[in-house]
Write a protein that binds this ligand. Structure first.
Ligand SMILES: Cc1ncc(COP(=O)(O)O)c(C=O)c1O
Length: 392
């Protein structure tokens, strides 16, 4: 198919707005509750917790802020190490640095692209030693305090295995569930299995508040401290007394109003993403050199971004050439992230394992996956990919 630079643009992932967003935000404007106080914030927290079966939910300004605060409430800080996958958007490793802790990057496993738990286990058993109640990295001498698994592209990590390791070695597990809202691990919502779970409502996520985040936890004391830290650690609203250094990480009432409306439609959004994924999978079964990331038997992914892996020798061109071809046809695609140790912010961090993350980065391309992607739009994407494949 010839490149058609005048065809309508098909974005990678854009918000779907068609429920009560207008009504609820109008309510904020009509009542003047437009800032960080107002009834929608608490309502959003309660409804979010209920939806996921979590005990407590605390809203905040972004998924990155959620990860930062989760680390702080778990007592992770200077001198501590946290295991995090090498293949991810950069935010979790940045959050570990904000907490003055050190990320230890772990390669991902080749099947589902999640943090490689064989490498995690080998590190804990062979490279660490117990010093009283602490687990210490024998090479660095630092405490190994936690693991931050990322449910990449919506696909949950094997949480039973990870939680068993965490229990054995006394580690805190903070799930980065920012991409996996609506996904489940053995019937439990991703993000509710670890000690803390973090979500993002950035504009490209399955539901959005424009920008925003949420922390969930079973511990009431941690939820209370998370709320405190996100509100500048204020203890007296009249005198403006603060008992520690806090952050202005609050979500506004307007954003929360949007969140409540979006949450009402989350099930339909997840269903739409799953239908999009099924159509892509069906359309690409016979394309040589094109694979997707399969779903593990423990997982029901939300298929946040449907991603194909391109083996150039068989497909005919590599993932970046395919990206350019799609771009010329006004179809937005995106490579999987460059492994964290290959970029300036986290270059030089210790990496456990090999080069699987690099391969995913080289081969992976996420295709348009908006909840509102119309069948005709998807047909255009499918045709563009199929026609790029080698036809011997
Ligand atoms: C894996 C991962 N972690 C964290 C974040 C951070 O979320 P936010 O953009 O809301 O800060 C994102 C997405 O943006 C993400 O994909």
């Amino acid at each position: 198919m010839a490149a058609d630079g005048s065809a309508p643009f098909i974005p990678l992932s854009v918000p779907e707005i068609g429920g009560n967003e207008w009504a609820y935000i109008k309510e904020c404007l009509d009542t003047n509750w437009v800032s960080t106080a107002g009834p929608f914030v608490e309502r959003f927290e309660l409804e979010f917790a209920r939806k996921l079966g979590a005990s407590h939910a605390v809203a905040c300004q972004s998924g990155t802020a959620a990860l930062h605060v989760a680390l702080l409430v778990a007592g992770i800080g200077p001198g501590d190490e946290v295991l995090v996958p090498a293949l991810t958007f950069v935010a979790p490793a940045n959050a570990i640095r904000y907490a003055d802790a050190t990320p230890v990057l772990v390669d991902v496993e080749p099947k589902h692209a999640g943090i490689d738990l064989n490498l995690v286990e080998a590190f804990l058993r062979e490279d660490c030693a117990r010093a009283g109640a602490r687990l210490v990295n024998r090479t660095s001498g630092r405490r190994v305090a936690g693991v931050m698994p990322v449910h990449l592209l919506g696909h949950p990590v094997d949480m039973d295995r990870l939680m068993a390791l965490a229990e054995e070695f006394g580690l805190i597990v903070i799930e980065d569930a920012t991409e996996s809202l609506g996904a489940t691990y053995k019937e439990r919502h991703a993000g509710t299995i670890g000690h803390l779970g973090c979500f993002s409502f950035n504009g490209n996520k399955i539901m959005t508040t424009g920008g925003g985040g949420m922390i969930v936890t079973a511990r009431a004391d941690w939820a209370k401290r998370a709320k405190h830290l996100t509100n500048q650690a204020k203890v007296d609203p009249i005198e403006y007394d603060h008992d520690e250094i806090g952050y202005n990480y609050r979500l506004t009432n307007i954003q929360a109003a949007m969140g409540v409306a979006q949450l009402e439609r989350l099930d339909a959004y997840v269903e739409a993403k799953r239908a999009i994924a099924a159509r892509y999978a069906d359309a690409f079964t016979d394309v040589p050199g094109l694979r997707s990331i399969p779903q593990a038997n423990w997982a029901r992914t939300n298929w946040w971004l449907y991603t194909v892996l391109i083996e150039s020798a068989e497909f005919g061109i590599d993932s970046r050439a395919l990206l350019r071809r799609l771009d010329a046809q006004r179809i937005q695609a995106r490579p999987l992230w460059r492994p964290l140790h290959m970029g300036p912010p986290h270059r030089g961090e210790r990496v456990l394992g090999g080069d699987v993350a690099k391969r995913f980065n080289a081969e992976g391309l996420s295709l348009p996956s908006s909840v509102g992607l119309a069948p005709e739009q998807q047909a255009r994407v499918i045709e563009a990919v199929r026609s790029a494949a080698r036809r011997d």
